[in-house]
Each structure stands twice: as structure tokens, then as C-alpha cells.
Ligand binder design. Structure first.
Ligand code: URA
Length: 435
């Protein structure tokens, strides 16, 4: 029998914990026998001293096994999943999932809600009246077998240990430690049951990871966990230094996703979509090389099959095709305000976090998990980094339902833009692929 005090002491002194010791901690905290104050001290010791690769993997598996592990064996084919570490304007799943499914590859996606300045796929899909995100495991499997695609919110019993530990990390300033982030994300991905996991690790001002070095470490740690768990895992480091695409805000992002499926997607967004899709197709054995994968993906847009698959997916989960076709009518706002530049030159930087914050200020994001959000509000950028801008030229449009909040969002947008005299070099969208 262990004593929590001794295990905290061991980690405080940089000791390495074995599987049984970690089991005592994770299971004890989940069942309530280890109190919050001791777990907080333990997490802070991990924050300062870290976990080695084996400890990180063991923690992941203990959190995965604390609840249900989805059994997707009733779905034939290589099931693929993607995960983004969170960004601003990130509607990649909405575009990519139907593209993958339209090629006959089963796309099984567990998604979350937005928190803080980053959005979540589940909130965006709820923009469609009637759309059900809390579908049963049976329905999820049935839909993937029938349509090759299903997207569901996380069930209550998916990695409950992670849920409880994350809440405590959040309250005790212990979120931003790489082995804790990696084990938290991967415990849920492994519990979701897919065969292949493609990770989109965002880097830059709008991301959790602000530097390439931290993003690389997080990506390597998650890929290592995936491999140890015998899952095909690949991570892409992608640029989140300015918002992805032009739209930020739930319905606005769904609109942009639909436009992208119709062949009118912004260049930066589509670059990330194709890069992730290429890895997923190769994982599923549907393409021998990157060129073949990208050609196949592009065809799903040009022949309309990805758009058709999106409509079919929305209907399969309770939404209506007519809402996809008339998506503009879903947005209900009282104020549409143009933002005019007070500066001139080339746009050298748009702080993605601040644009995300502008959307939160308008009511489109949550400060706390239980907050309600306004799906209609948000920001459409009319200019992106490296575009020339004149004083008085329109750089963005704000959609809001409260005049004072619109004013605050305008200030936030103007302050998020930096200018230079010469045209800045664009940062590549895909910075690195880690396998
Ligand atoms: N997302 C998660 O699921 N867990 C973390 O620890 C951080 C981000």
C-alpha cells in the first residue's frame, strides 16, 4: 500500500514513478480517496520536474482506461481520426472530414467545445438546427458504416480521470506542462478507438504552443504515446500566427467551411486541409504517396463529392440539407460593422489570440465551460498578413448583437494588427511533419 505523501515527495525529488505508483495516484484521485490538495501538490511537482516517456505513456493509459474505450471493430476499414490542439478560425475538421469520407475512408471523430479564444467543432455543428452531437455509440457506428462519417461530442465516460485531473490543473496553474498536455489529449484519442490518429499541433500567437520548440516537444511526445499504444500516429506542426482562413465565430466558420467545400476555400485553410488529409489517406492505405493523396483530395472538391458528403452527414445527424444550402439565413445579428484601418503599410502580423478574444468579447466564446455562447457573432477578416493596406481601408467586418461589445471588438481588432513598410515573408502553413 502506498501513501500519497511519499509519492508527492518522490516526484518532488525528481524520482521516477512506476506503473503501480501511478495507478494508485490516478485511480485514487478518480475515486476520491486521494484528496484535491494532495493531487494539486503532485501535479505541481510534475509541472516542475516532468514525467519521462514511460511515465507519460503509463499515465495516458491509466486515464484512457478510467472510462469507456470505444470498440470500433464493427466498422470495416482503417478508421482515422484527427485532433487539433486548438486555434483561431480552425474549421479544418468541417472541411476535411467529408473529404476523407467521400473517398470511402471511415472518419470517426470525437470533438469538443470551444474554450477561451479557441473554437470547437461541436459548437460549430450546433449552428445547424436539429443537429445531434450526443449520439449513442450504436448510432455512431451505424452512421460510419452507412455514410463513412460521424462526429460526436465526448461521452461523459470518456477518460473521466483526465476530466477530473484537467479541472484541477486548470484551477492550479498546471495546464501548460507538455507531458500532462500530451497524456491528456492522447488518453481521449486512444479511448475514441480509431486506428490512425493525425494530430494538428498549432504553433503561434493563437495557439497553446507559442514556439516551434514547444510544439515539437508536444508533437513528439504525443506521437511516442500513439506508437507505444500501437496506433499509427502522425503530427503536423501548422502555423497559427494569424487566424486560419478569414472567418472567426461559429456560424461564420461553418459558412467558410461550406464555401471551401464548394471550391472557394481560403488558400491558407486549404493548405492545412490538404496536408492533414494527405497523411490520413496514406495512413488508411488509400494513397501510395503525397502527390496521389493530394490529387484525390482535390478531386473531392472539384467533383462536388465532399460537399455532397457534408450535406448527407448533416442530415444523418438530424440537421437539414436546406440549411447547408441557405447557410447565410442561420446568422442572426443586429449589428454588422466594418472596421477601417487607422494605419497603413503591409500587414505584418495579426495577433490570432486577440482576434479570438474579439469573438469572445462579442459573445461567441466561453470564459468557463458552462457559459452559453452566441453562435451568430464573430469577425470576418478582409485582409491577411502581407496584404497592403491604406488608411481608412476596410480590414474586417464585425457581426454582433450588442453595440458596446461591437465597439470593444473593433478596438481589439485594430490593436491586433501590426504594419511594416516592406512586404513581410509569409510563414509556411505546414512547419514540420513528425512521425
Ligand atoms: N487539451 C486537452 O485535452 N488537454 C490538455 O491538457 C490541454 C489541451
Amino acid at each position: 500500500m502506498y501513501r500519497m505523501y511519499d509519492l508527492i515527495e518522490k516526484k518532488k525529488r525528481k524520482g521516477v514513478l512506476d506503473e503501480e505508483e501511478l495507478r494508485f495516484i490516478v485511480n485514487g484521485f478518480t475515486d476520491g480517496s486521494v484528496p484535491d490538495y494532495q493531487m494539486s501538490a503532485f501535479l505541481m511537482a510534475v509541472y516542475f520536474n516532468g514525467l519521462n516517456e514511460k511515465e507519460t505513456f503509463t499515465l495516458t493509459m491509466l486515464m484512457r482506461d478510467s472510462g469507456d474505450v470505444m470498440d470500433l471493430s464493427a466498422i470495416s476499414g482503417v478508421k482515422v481520426d484527427k485532433h487539433s490542439t486548438g486555434g483561431v478560425g480552425d474549421k479544418v475538421t468541417l472541411v476535411l472530414a467529408p473529404m476523407i469520407a467521400s473517398l470511402g475512408i471511415p472518419m470517426t471523430k470525437m470533438s469538443g467545445r470551444g474554450l477561451g479564444h479557441t473554437g470547437g467543432t461541436i459548437d460549430k455543428l450546433e449552428a445547424f438546427p436539429g443537429f445531434q452531437t450526443s449520439i449513442s455509440e450504436e448510432e455512431f457506428i451505424q452512421n460510419v458504416n452507412r455514410y463513412k462519417i460521424a462526429v460526436a461530442g465526448q461521452t461523459k465516460n470518456l477518460a473521466p480521470a483526465d476530466k477530473k485531473i484537467y479541472a484541477l490543473r486548470d484551477a492550479t496553474a498546471c495546464v501548460d506542462e507538455i507531458s500532462l498536455i500530451a497524456s491528456s489529449i492522447m488518453s481521449k484519442k486512444l479511448a475514441s478507438g480509431a486506428d490512425g490518429i493525425c494530430l494538428d499541433v498549432k504553433v503561434g500567437s493563437g495557439a497553446f504552443m507559442k514556439t516551434i520548440k514547444d510544439a515539437q516537444k508536444l508533437a513528439e511526445t504525443m506521437v511516442d504515446i500513439g506508437k507505444r499504444a500501437n496506433k499509427q500516429t502522425v503530427a503536423l506542426l501548422t502555423n497559427m500566427d494569424e487566424p486560419l482562413g478569414n472567418c472567426v465565430g461559429n456560424i461564420l466558420e461553418v459558412m467558410e467551411a461550406v464555401e471551401s467545400l464548394q471550391g472557394r476555400g481560403p488558400k491558407d485553410l486549404m493548405e492545412v486541409v490538404f496536408a492533414l488529409g494527405t497523411q490520413m489517406l496514406m495512413m488508411a492505405g488509400a494513397a501510395q504517396d503525397a502527390k496521389e493523396a493530394e490529387d484525390k483530395l482535390k478531386n473531392t472538391i472539384s467533383d462536388g463529392s465532399a460537399y455532397e458528403k457534408f450535406c448527407c452527414f448533416i442530415e444523418a445527424q438530424g440537421g437539414h440539407r436546406s440549411d447547408v444550402e441557405h447557410i447565410d439565413s442561420l446568422q442572426k445579428v443586429s449589428f454588422v460593422q466594418k472596421v477601417k484601418s487607422t494605419n497603413e503599410g503591409y500587414l505584418s502580423h495579426i495577433n490570432a489570440e486577440r482576434i479570438g478574444h474579439a469573438s469572445v468579447v462579442l459573445g461567441g466564446g466561453r470564459a468557463k465551460k458552462e457559459d452559453d455562447i452566441d453562435l451568430s457573432v464573430g469577425v470576418r477578416l478582409l485582409k491577411k498578413v502581407a496584404d497592403p493596406v491604406k488608411i481608412g481601408e476596410k480590414i474586417a467586418v464585425i457581426y454582433g448583437n450588442d453595440e458596446e461589445k461591437v465597439r470593444l471588438a473593433e478596438k481589439e481588432i485594430l490593436e491586433s494588427c501590426e504594419f511594416s513598410d516592406s512586404c513581410p515573408e509569409k510563414i509556411p502553413m505546414v512547419l514540420e511533419i513528425i512521425k
